[in-house]
Ligand binder design. Structure first.
Ligand SMILES: Nc1ncnc2c1ncn2[C@@H]1O[C@H](COP(=O)(O)OP(=O)(O)OP(=O)(O)O)[C@@H](O)[C@H]1O
Length: 237
């Protein structure tokens, strides 16, 4: 696989002695938006953390842009252009929106969109209106957008979003979906961990379903739509 592609094979991950992921495998083609679906505790966050080298013990093969990354430290994985937005919104609460963006800035990367604060304000118009506001004085949804915007300042070619719609009001969820569609149009590859099938259906090309740390389904969103039995068995309805 070339370009921004991600390839995961036989991924096992552990918290202490407890094995959480079992032979997880999936692919993300350049420019594709892929959903990792599954109920609470299925292993979605653990999968994303494993890709970023944040688990103390994990085994298997992970290739990103034709480079094996499973032995690299997190900062080197990020430097290759893999962006990660964890579930807990990690903004700097004392810094303004603008300062938070500056903190995330990295040099331009060949072949991918170079993001600037102005381009990010166009992507997230809410943030434009509060560029001098401290991060701690923003709503949860605004903080979530700022976390994504700050990660984009690193000019990733692929971004991992852990439950971007969680806890957001319906109107903010719509804005988030619009922003993700624009990011895809800019050529970004995206992996989204989600419990909300309705949100995933707005933006994703393909889906994998995790249950108890194993992949139980893979297919296009249309195939998932058509498979009521799979949805009932593995997803919250
Ligand atoms: N720090 C930890 N120590 C031990 N076990 C953990 C830890 N974090 C998560 N787990 C366990 O790992 C399993 C997978 O959790 P994970 O957070 O990856 O699930 P998830 O699919 O992302 O669900 P959620 O939507 O709740 O985040 C769960 O059984 C959870 O209890």
């Amino acid at each position: 696989m070339t370009g921004a592609g991600l390839r995961v094979r036989d991924l096992d991950s552990f918290y202490g002695p407890a094995q959480i992921l079992f032979e997880v495998g999936f692919d993300v083609a350049p420019g594709e938006v892929v959903a990792l679906l599954g109920r609470n505790g299925a292993g979605k966050s653990t999968t994303l953390r494993s890709l970023m080298g944040l688990m103390a013990r994990r085994e298997g093969e992970i290739s990103f842009r034709d480079t094996r990354i499973e032995t690299l430290p997190t900062y080197e994985i990020a430097r290759l252009g893999l962006g990660y937005v964890p579930e807990d919104r990690r903004i700097f609460t004392e810094l303004t929106v603008e300062e938070n963006l500056t903190v995330g800035q990295q040099r331009p990367r060949e072949g991918v969109t170079t993001w600037t604060p102005e381009r990010l304000y166009a992507l997230f118009p809410n943030l434009a209106e509060m560029r001098r506001r401290p991060g701690g004085q923003m709503s949860g949804g605004e903080q979530q957008m700022l976390t994504i915007a700050r990660t984009l300042m690193g000019n990733p070619s692929l971004i991992l979003l852990d439950e971007p719609s969680e806890g957001l009001a319906p109107k903010i969820i719509e804005q988030m979906a619009d922003a993700i569609v624009t990011m895809k149009r800019e050529g970004l590859s995206i992996v989204i961990s989600e419990q909300n099938l309705h949100f995933a259906r707005l933006i994703c090309d393909r889906a994998y379903i995790l249950e108890k740390g194993r992949i139980r389904f893979q297919g296009s969103m249309a195939e998932l739509e058509a498979d009521e039995a799979v949805r009932n068995q593995y997803l919250a309805v």
